[in-house]
Design a protein around this ligand. Structure first.
Ligand SMILES: NC(=O)C1=CN([C@@H]2O[C@H](COP(=O)(O)OP(=O)(O)OC[C@H]3O[C@@H](n4cnc5c(N)ncnc54)[C@H](O)[C@@H]3O)[C@@H](O)[C@H]2O)C=CC1
Ligand SMILES: CC(=O)C(=O)O
Length: 373
């Protein structure tokens, strides 16, 4: 199979879909990999390293998209890439379609088979989302701590406190991968950490993991309101796979926060859990202030640490890419229920139920859309 890797074009998206090691896994299996000139530079990988791994360079994105049977990316295609969509194209990338209706329109119009990393599912886990959630969770605590500094617009609270002065309060809503990793760093910084989740078993696991270093609370509007009110740093980390994130933190709750407090809504890629977040921000201009509270809503946080993130991402995606390339799309999907769960659009249909429901498309299971028996 011919696999293409274009350079990422989103604001400060410094990751690339494959490391040279990932390329070598594919080329040694007999596949052809096309890399756009300079695609790996920001992640620390030169054209030469890719060529040594067996890839062929292409001068521009157009040639990569046109020649490849499968395109591997990191972030969802932006509008200027929609012109490359075509019926026989396999697109393997993060999509977060519930938050990008125009992309769902374009993919279905051109009948692209789009497999979203974030909905590939194994035993109720999302293995292609996990490493980037680990990165974003860890970053959320350190970014929050930075924006609490006065010079960055924050209230001037040091999360660790000092002897004689109380520690800063961090509330994390959603105790999955992002939430757990945010907690690890926030605890390391010495903060007073509360994790809120809807799943009682998950709260038990977190209690076993962190013991007295955290407080756990069941997710309900009252617990959320009381915790938000006293938080110096609020981290949004909820996910309902494929679906738009539930707006759990209302504008009235945000109004109760101390001026200069910080919200880092990691769940922004699915629309965010905070009512006062009305737009996605970028690494170039990451925050805005509303009701005196700093809002951080960057949807590609791991793009800021590409040396770590690109390798973490390739580590988990390459075996799935290899499966598609070795077997061909339909046999690969047929033999891999996890991969089948990743199919978000195919043959002109939205094939992931939560996405279809949120965007008002008719849902067709991927097996039916692709006539797989
Ligand atoms: N902004 C960025 O750059 C990045 C964003 N993300 C996003 O972060 C979000 C979280 O991802 P993960 O931690 O991997 O998901 P996860 O599935 O591991 O965890 C989600 C947690 O939310 C909990 N939850 C669901 N409904 C809830 C409710 N009503 N109240 C409280 N908790 C609730 C679940 O029980 C689960 O523990 C996703 O939207 C993901 O795409 C991930 C990586 C990078
Ligand atoms: C998960 C995701 O959207 C990201 O890593 O950018």
């Amino acid at each position: 199979m011919i696999i293409g890797v274009p350079r990422e074009i989103k604001n400060n998206e410094n990751r690339v879909a494959l490391t040279p090691a990932g390329v070598m896994t594919l080329t040694q299996a007999g596949h052809q990999v096309l890399i756009e000139n300079g695609a790996g530079i920001e992640s620390g990988f030169s054209n030469r390293e890719y060529e040594e791994a067996g890839a062929f360079l292409r001068e521009d994105a157009e040639n990569v998209w046109k020649e490849a049977e499968m395109i591997m990316k990191v972030k969802e295609p932006l509008e200027k890439e929609y012109k490359f969509f075509r019926e026989d194209l396999i697109l393997f990338t993060y999509l977060h379609l519930a938050n990008v209706p125009e992309l769902a329109e374009a993919l279905t119009k051109h009948k692209v088979t789009a497999i979203a990393y974030e909905t590939v599912e194994v035993d109720h886990t999302l293995p292609l989302l996990t490493p980037m959630s680990e990165v974003a969770g860890r970053m959320a605590a350190q970014i929050g701590a930075q924006f609490l500094e006065k010079s960055r617009g924050g209230s001037g609270v040091l999360l660790s406190g000092i002897p004689g002065v109380r520690r800063g309060k961090v509330t994390i809503i959603g105790g999955g991968v992002v939430g757990t990793n945010a907690a690890k760093i926030a605890i390391g910084l010495g903060a007073d950490v509360t994790i809120i989740d809807l799943n009682a078993d998950r709260l038990r696991q977190l209690d076993d993991l962190f013991g007295a270093e955290i407080n756990t609370l069941m997710s309900n509007p009252l617990n959320i309101a009381l915790s938000v009110q006293e938080s110096d740093l609020l981290i949004g980390a909820v996910l309902i796979p494929g679906a738009k994130a539930p707006r759990l933190v209302t504008e009235d709750m945000v109004k109760t926060m101390h001026p200069g407090s910080v919200i880092v809504d990691v769940a922004i890629d699915q629309g965010g859990i905070v009512e006062t977040i009305d737009h996605i921000t970028t690494h170039d201009d990451p925050t805005y202030t509303k009701h005196g509270v700093l809002h951080y809503a960057v949807a590609n946080m791991p793009g800021a640490v590409p040396r770590t993130s690109t390798t973490g991402l390739t580590n988990v995606t390459v075996s799935y890419a290899l499966k598609i390339a070795n077997k061909g799309l339909l046999p690969a999907l047929q033999s891999s229920p996890p991969l089948m769960k990743g199919v978000n659009t195919a043959a002109g249909h939205v094939t992931y139920e939560a996405v279809a429901n949120d965007l008002g498309f008719d849902y067709l299971p991927p097996e039916k859309a692709l006539s797989i028996k």
